[in-house]
Design a protein around this ligand. Structure first.
Ligand SMILES: [Zn+2]
Ligand SMILES: [Zn+2]
Length: 415
């Protein structure tokens, strides 16, 4: 049998598992402060949900989705991102009626068939939030600031916010037409660009192969209608008002079809490349396109694995408040049940009120020497030894495993 995880997947354990939980906890705390509520959607959905929302001509739908048929021949897909599922849930359960604040967040596994590389997996984790029902630029600013706060909560402070506006249904077609005209004049476009030229010309803006050929590309800024211009300006004013530094980046288009107006990416130099830790934007037509009421939305998602790499490089893991490991040993076999009962009390009450502990032992039928060796192996900070003579006086031996000192302590003083 092949005992390896499938290509592009990974097991998360040890410090990485701890980091993942901390990132999720910190994010949840921040979401809750901003009034966002959690929604957990299924890992698979009807494949058509993603093709309709993300767009037929995007990389995700064209090459990266895990699509399969179930036993009844239904065409399903593992979710490649969280937005489409959340919009589906919003429409299905009439969240517009039951949750008028319109603020939701999610965390969970996503699936994309991509070439595996550092921090990119075929099964990966995202944390995201979406704000439904507000056309105000303050919703855009809140989402961007919320994302920044999550990064700084795990020690990532060197971040760069890139923002752009892609306009609306009124003004984007003019920009699109001007892009098609411009790109048609460029010779030797790469295969992807040639294919996308008519269907999705915005995507050519972020082509890594042809980028040097694109000088003097038309900018969306020039085509923004009055409403879009005001929206973009006010979003920026709000970001400035709380000291959030950002760069207006006309090349930022994002890979998904559903964006309107604001798009943003949050990058960090810590990762070396220009890759984003998180990204998002506004999608004012998506709910309606998927069959709901006309509802504007702005949201973002971050890739947990990439954020954790950056957090690690920022030294966040060095400062984690680690738990104290305590091993319970027995010098006499007959004290096993007494020691076991003590362990249970310790896990319930903590050691002198300290609940940040992990309790190990007792083990049967091992010499005290081998018990102490095991305590060292697991990195115990303290070993508490139950021995007959001391126990008669209500005491145990507490060994400090680091400096090898020991003292007799009353059991009542430990609990
Ligand atoms: Zn517009
Ligand atoms: Zn290209």
């Amino acid at each position: 049998m092949n005992c390896k995880a499938p290509r592009g997947t990974h097991d998360i354990f040890g410090i990485n598992a701890l980091g993942m939980s901390i990132l999720e906890q910190k994010s949840k705390q921040i979401f809750i402060k901003h009034g966002f509520e959690e929604v957990r959607t299924p890992i698979f959905e009807d494949a058509s949900l993603f093709t309709r929302s993300i767009g037929q001509t995007t990389d995700i739908v064209e090459k990266e989705m895990y699509v399969f048929e179930d036993r009844k021949g239904r065409k399903l897909a593992l979710r490649p991102e969280g937005t489409a599922s959340l919009v589906r849930a919003y429409i299905e359960h009439r969240f517009d009626v039951s949750y008028p604040s319109g603020k939701f967040f999610y965390t969970g596994e996503m699936f994309r068939y991509e070439r595996p590389q550092a921090g990119r997996y075929r099964q990966f984790h995202q944390i995201g939030a979406e704000f439904y029902g507000s056309l105000s630029p303050s919703a855009d600013a809140e989402i961007i600031l919320l994302a920044c706060d999550i990064f700084s909560s795990v020690g990532i402070n060197q971040i760069k916010v890139h923002i752009n506006s892609l306009g609306c249904q009124k003004c984007r077609p003019l920009f699109r037409a001007s892009l098609i005209k411009y790109f048609s004049s460029v010779s030797d476009l790469c295969r992807d660009c040639t294919r996308r030229l008519q269907t999705n010309p915005l995507r050519l803006l972020d082509c890594k192969i042809d980028v040097h050929k694109f000088t003097d590309v038309p900018k969306m800024e020039k085509f923004l209608c009055q409403d879009c211009k005001e929206h973009f300006n006010l979003t920026q004013t709000l970001l400035k008002s709380v000291g959030c530094a950002y760069t207006v980046d006309p090349k930022l288009v994002r890979g998904l079809d559903y964006y309107t107006r604001t798009v943003f990416e949050i990058r960090s130099d810590i990762l070396g490349a220009q890759d984003a830790l998180g990204a998002g934007g506004r999608y004012d037509n998506l709910v309606k396109e998927l069959g709901g009421q006309d509802t504007p939305v702005v949201g973002f998602a971050l890739g947990s694995e990439r954020v954790l790499i950056a957090a690690k490089k920022s030294g966040f893991f060095d400062n984690l408040n680690k738990v104290e490991k305590i091993f319970i040993a027995i010098a006499d076999q007959e004290l096993f049940s007494t020691a076991f009962a003590f362990c249970v009390k310790l896990t319930r009450n903590g050691l002198k009120g300290n609940n940040n502990i992990s309790v190990f032992g007792p083990v049967d039928n091992k010499s005290l020497t081998s018990q102490l060796k095991f305590a060292d192996k697991i990195g115990a900070a303290k070993t508490i030894v139950f021995a007959k003579d001391e126990l008669e006086e209500g005491k145990v031996l507490v060994k400090d495993m680091k400096d090898k000192t020991q003292s007799e302590v009353l059991i009542s003083a430990l609990l």
